[in-house]
Design a protein around this ligand. Structure first.
Ligand code: SF4
Length: 282
């Protein structure tokens, strides 16, 4: 383990581990709620819609939660399929239409009426994340409406399941960004990093993985590399690394001005190679 890189990752983590930093992140929505039941269900909805451009995600989540009158648990508990279909009539976000969002929310309403998502998790604190995910989201257990929706990933197909892993991070880890509501059942070292384009790119540049594709295997590979820096809580670095990309510091094209202010520059493989082409490098 490179102690200097660990120090930099920790510095980045500390700077980003603040409520001020969540504004341009889907996790900002569950932070608007106080009751645990609202935080849990709004986290699941927010994580499932965490695809596409940040501004569009936030706009879509605002639409969803305002339609629920900012009481997602009560709304889901008391709404029939007909109510949901009526309230979300005309809804479109990328590949999700009114039919799909209604199936998704009605499936969740079934779970809410049966005690919530947490109740689906057995005391599997020593199990692997993959097995826990399969158990909770095994298609045999899910209500049929949720199965029909195109918003869930299928971990059996070895997909990285970024949105599901994001939801688990929020529920299992506890700091200023993540809620830690499920700490009693799942330990943070069982989490897998939510692998998106930012994490794939930055992890590659830092040499945390050699894989180039967004598969579950790559997500596990990056998580295992991060265990060298914190074996009990490797996914703690996700938010700060991901926001290095979201905030436009680390983009697909390496830019000297941005690399010069990037904490990671000393350890960034691609940044260093490209820097040799710049005058004076770093
Ligand atoms: S040094 Fe440049 S390329 Fe490397 S992580 Fe930082 S911003 Fe990205």
């Amino acid at each position: 383990m490179d102690v200097k890189l660990k120090a930099i990752l920790e510095k980045l983590y500390s700077e980003m581990n603040s409520l001020d930093k969540v504004k341009r992140d889907p996790v900002s929505f569950p932070h608007k709620f106080e009751k645990e039941e609202d935080i849990e269900i709004s986290s699941f909805v927010s994580a499932c819609f965490a695809f596409g451009k940040v501004d569009k995600i936030l706009e879509t989540l605002e639409k969803i939660f305002s339609t629920m009158d900012y009481s997602p648990h009560l709304y889901l508990k008391s709404s029939s399929y007909r109510d949901i279909k009526r309230d979300f009539s005309g809804f479109v976000y990328r590949f999700v239409d009114e039919e799909s969002v209604s199936d998704f929310l009605f499936g969740l309403s079934d779970i809410v009426r049966n005690g919530g998502l947490y109740n689906l998790v057995s005391d599997n604190i020593f199990d692997t994340a993959e097995n826990i995910y399969k158990e909770i989201f095994s298609y045999s257990k899910n209500p049929s409406a949720l199965k029909k929706s195109n918003l869930l990933c299928d971990i059996r197909k070895r997909s990285a399941c970024k949105r599901l892993n994001l939801f688990f991070r929020w529920m299992v880890r506890k700091d200023n960004v993540d809620f830690g509501l499920w700490q009693r059942k799942i330990k943070p070292d069982k989490l897998i990093i939510p692998l998106d384009t930012h994490i794939l790119r930055i992890a590659g540049r830092l040499g945390l993985t050699k894989n180039k594709n967004s598969s579950l295997k790559t997500a596990i590979d990056i998580t295992e590399s991060l265990k060298f820096f914190d074996e009990n809580d490797p996914v703690k670095y996700d938010f700060s690394l991901c926001h290095t990309g979201i905030q436009g510091i680390c983009n697909a094209d390496v830019e000297k001005a941005k690399c010069n202010v990037c904490y990671l520059k000393e350890f960034c493989i691609e940044g260093k190679i490209k820097a040799n082409k710049f005058n004076g490098g770093f």
